[in-house]
Design a protein around this ligand. Structure first.
Ligand code: SF4
Length: 476
């Protein structure tokens, strides 16, 4: 089969003996207690059959669908979720030998970056004529380093992928050096060439996601839709704004088509709206909800992600039309307004409580996300936050809570200026840049918190709050 581009998922590999992800074993090697909690929680999550898995494919699927619409032949390579490195390598080499693949695209999260480089090596060693293209947040902000880290990568795509990859593939097809392709970095005559940034694309041009590509791979069907790209806020730990540039919205026709395709063609009953702030634009939310109500679309479950300051009774009443059960995820982050202020979160803990109460009153599921160890935090503030969460659960204000360790991701304000935030970056082992499951020792320390102290605080939070979370999941 002739394939213009094969989109490959870099992944965490499983240890053949334990059936656990390699990074989990490595991270928790000396922490039996945490390893046990991790396994328990994973088993509990599987036993309650949480509706949303496979989230990692939405970016790839969007690029694949767009390229297909533009007459490129595209395939996804995403074998079994639980796989060892050796088996993955064998399958990939077999695929590359059996098909005429011109280019391979990889889009790793930061912790997958070393794996993506290992995969590029496999590709080039199998067939050196295949072009290797790497994109995503991590390499967008550290593009030039890629060429120091690996001789097996041909092009880095910076920022939004669809339009840049399309231009790049057109050049590859015509054997032209991509001098005019905006948004790429590459090596030519032993020199790194960084073309100017590409403009943000018109997302109204994006076709509905071609879920049949995932079906072909025997992936569980999970309905992921995004109605927008980008975020108007600029939190210090986040790179969304720099990556997507500015917020853009799809048209109502596009969104309605995506919903009806998922429901009518794929018989999806659960939809996750994968937007940074779903309720940022009330007019669009109203149209989405109106469409679902008018078309009598009967969804069992939907999940949205948003911010407390966009939640009010009016918008929540509209959201009630989405599905029978609605889960509203809020990035609450910390119970201290001082920390929220340093984060540039632009909202207070009081606003979060108000939003949680509105969500509860309207019989939706509130799901709080927290960041432990953000710059300007300390022992007292973290212990206070742990107690705060316990009270939210006890008083049934927010039953689901998940804590991540702060991670200074490239592209975030903290990574660009760690001294200003009192952060000491202790490791550039990118495989450790993962907040879930978090790495210990942490990749950083704070003026006010050592790596050991962050670990102890997390353990305390994990043991108390997460056990309350898991029992909530089991009883739901
Ligand atoms: S954390 Fe959320 S609200 Fe803040 S910039 Fe990132 S996406 Fe936007």
């Amino acid at each position: 089969m002739d394939i213009d581009i094969l989109l490959v998922t870099p992944r965490i590999f499983y240890n053949p003996k334990s059936n656990l992800p390699e990074n989990v074993l490595e991270i928790y090697e000396n922490n039996e207690e945490l390893l046990k909690r991790y396994i328990d929680l994973e088993c509990e999550k599987r036993s309650v059959n949480l509706p949303f898995s496979g989230f990692g494919y939405i970016g790839q699927l969007s690029i694949a669908s767009f390229l297909e619409k533009n007459n490129f032949s595209v395939e996804l390579f995403c074998p079994d979720d639980i796989i060892t490195f050796e088996r993955y390598k064998k399958l990939l080499m077999k695929f590359l030998r059996q098909n005429n693949v011109k280019s391979v695209g990889l889009g790793p999260y930061t912790y997958q970056y070393p794996t993506a480089l290992a995969i590029s090596r496999i590709i080039k060693n199998t067939n050196s004529n295949i072009y290797t293209i790497i994109g995503g947040h991590h390499v967008t902000f550290l593009d030039q380093l890629v060429f120091e880290d690996s001789p097996f990568v041909d092009f880095v795509v910076r920022g939004e992928g669809e339009w840049v990859i399309k231009n790049l593939l057109e050049h590859i097809e015509n054997n032209k050096i991509p001098r005019t392709v905006k948004g790429i970095t590459y090596k030519i005559n032993n020199k790194i060439k960084r073309n100017p940034d590409a403009q943000a694309g018109n997302i109204k041009e994006l076709p509905p996601l071609k879920y049949d590509m995932l079906q072909k791979q025997n992936k569980e069907m999970c309905g992921h839709i995004s109605i927008s790209r980008g975020c108007p806020y600029n939190c210090t730990f986040c790179s969304e704004k720099l990556f997507w540039k500015y917020p853009r919205y799809k048209s109502s026709n596009q969104i309605n088509k995506e919903i009806s395709t998922l429901v009518n063609e794929y018989h999806v009953k659960h939809i996750r709206f994968a937007d940074d702030t779903f309720t940022a634009n009330p007019k669009i939310v109203a149209k989405v909800c109106e469409y679902i109500r008018n078309e009598h679309i009967d969804l069992e479950y939907s999940q949205i992600w948003t911010r407390a300051d966009t939640i009010n009774t009016k918008i929540i009443k509209q959201l009630n039309n989405l599905s029978n059960t609605i889960e509203v995820c809020l990035g609450i982050e910390n119970a201290s307004n001082k920390v929220l202020n340093i984060m540039h979160k632009n909202q207070t803990i009081q606003q979060n409580i108000k939003a949680l109460k509105i969500i509860n009153k309207n019989n939706m599921i509130a799901h709080g996300f927290w960041i432990l160890g953000h710059p300007s935090s300390d022992m007292q503030k973290e212990k206070y936050t742990t107690n705060f969460i316990k009270n939210l659960i006890k008083n049934k204000i927010c039953m689901l809570n998940e804590t991540s360790i702060f991670t200074p991701y490239p592209g975030s304000a903290v990574y660009s200026n760690p001294e200003k935030f009192g952060v000491n970056i202790q490791s550039f082992d990118w495989s450790k840049y993962c907040e879930n499951p978090p790495s210990f020792p942490t990749v950083y320390s704070l003026k006010n918190l050592t790596q050991e102290q962050i670990f102890e605080l997390f353990k305390e939070r994990y043991k108390t709050v997460n056990s309350m979370l898991s029992s909530t999941l089991l009883s739901s």
